[in-house]
Design a protein around this ligand. Structure first.
Ligand code: SAM
Ligand code: SF4
Length: 321
């Protein structure tokens, strides 16, 4: 088991397989980054997998593949298969914008993927286009259907932006309920890349839903970032509020970036690289770095320790959210 110095069991690894994306969501990557990481600096899937094996052997039980957009990286289904063949019981999931899911859903399910989280910020084509800065809705909805058809368990994620999609909250819930999938509303997290946007706080999101539906809070799962609620008919939805106090106390994650940075906390800049170790095939060194990053994992993120004015310069497309 990987227990950090605050007694948390770190059993969840999020792997960002690429920083690149075919969308330019205004809250994440509004402009094409000035410099992409050169290709030779990216870890190959074989290199990532050699670290994944170490992490699984040490106690990682849950892996999420994310990005950027993971489906733009060639051979993504092969990477899924490497992990699921090595650890068939592992909780293996992927987060995607859904645009290419129609092409990959079948291969991903066959490779052993069980769960998908998909971003869906609007059901109005023009608005979805405004947010992603590309006409995306038709492909995204086709991707959702394809995922459901092959039996993948799907959750939808919506970042709620004031004055942009906050009037669609109930419509999105109704859509998700009709599809039989859970939706989670994510509070917008400020970062230096996303300018001139305002989020909507969780209590306001609940108020909007409460004006139309009777809502009951449900018991929160210990390590899930989402607070869950049920409508009268039993349909459950979630709200992810990173500003909330209990977010860090139950944090069970480490993050691996596409370049091989092992990141202890989304809001801390300090990370150590496993790149040289895996390129040299030095598994003992990779294991040592894992132990060091665990040691570096802070108790609380910067918002909680009072540095609210320090907005992270690391955007979600770099860390995978
Ligand atoms: N491209 C994939 C997608 O969009 O689902 C995976 C990567 S994306 C960075 C992972 C998650 O981060 C998405 O659910 C996205 O909505 C969320 N995200 C990105 N920027 C965010 C921000 N500033 N605040 C809150 N959530 C954000
Ligand atoms: Fe791309 Fe996902 Fe970021 Fe949107 S949220 S720009 S889809 S990485």
């Amino acid at each position: 088991m990987l227990i950090d110095k605050f007694g948390r069991n770190i059993n969840y690894l999020r792997i960002s397989v690429t920083q690149k994306c075919n969308f330019r969501c205004r809250y994440c990557m509004p402009n094409t980054p000035f410099e992409w990481v050169p290709r030779e600096n990216l870890l190959s899937f074989e290199e990532m997998f050699s670290f994944v094996k170490v992490a699984i052997d040490k106690g990682i039980e849950k892996i999420r593949i994310t990005g950027g957009e993971p489906l733009i990286r060639r051979d993504i289904a092969k990477f899924v298969k490497m992990i699921s063949d090595y650890a068939p019981g592992i909780d293996l999931a992927l987060t995607t914008n859904g645009y290419y899911l129609k092409n990959y859903a079948k291969d991903l399910a066959k490779a052993g993927l069980k769960r998908i989280n998909m971003s869906l910020d609007s059901l109005r084509p023009e608005r979805a286009k405004y947010i992603a800065q590309k006409g995306v809705l038709y492909n995204v909805l086709e991707g959702l259907e394809a995922a459901l058809e092959v039996g993948l368990k799907v959750k939808l994620n919506t970042v709620v932006l004031r004055g942009i999609n906050d009037d669609e909250i109930c419509h999105l819930i109704e859509f998700a309920r009709e599809k039989g999938v859970q939706i989670r509303f994510i509070e917008f997290m400020e970062n230096t890349h996303a300018q001139n946007l305002k989020g909507v706080k969780s209590n306001e999101i609940l108020k909007i839903i409460g004006e139309k539906y009777q809502i009951s809070p449900l018991q929160k799962q210990a390590t899930s970032p989402a607070s869950l609620y049920a409508l009268d008919d039993g349909y459950t939805f979630g709200i992810i509020d990173p500003h909330k106090h209990d977010f860090c106390a139950s944090c069970n994650r480490l993050r691996l970036s596409a370049e091989g940075h092992l990141i202890p906390c989304l809001y801390f800049e300090d990370a150590l690289s496993i790149k040289e170790a895996v390129r040299a095939g030095d598994i003992a060194k990779a294991s040592e770095i894992l132990a060091q990053v665990l040691e570096n994992k802070p108790e609380k993120n910067r918002w909680e320790i009072g540095a609210q004015n320090e907005i992270s310069s690391r955007a979600f497309y770099q860390t995978g959210g």
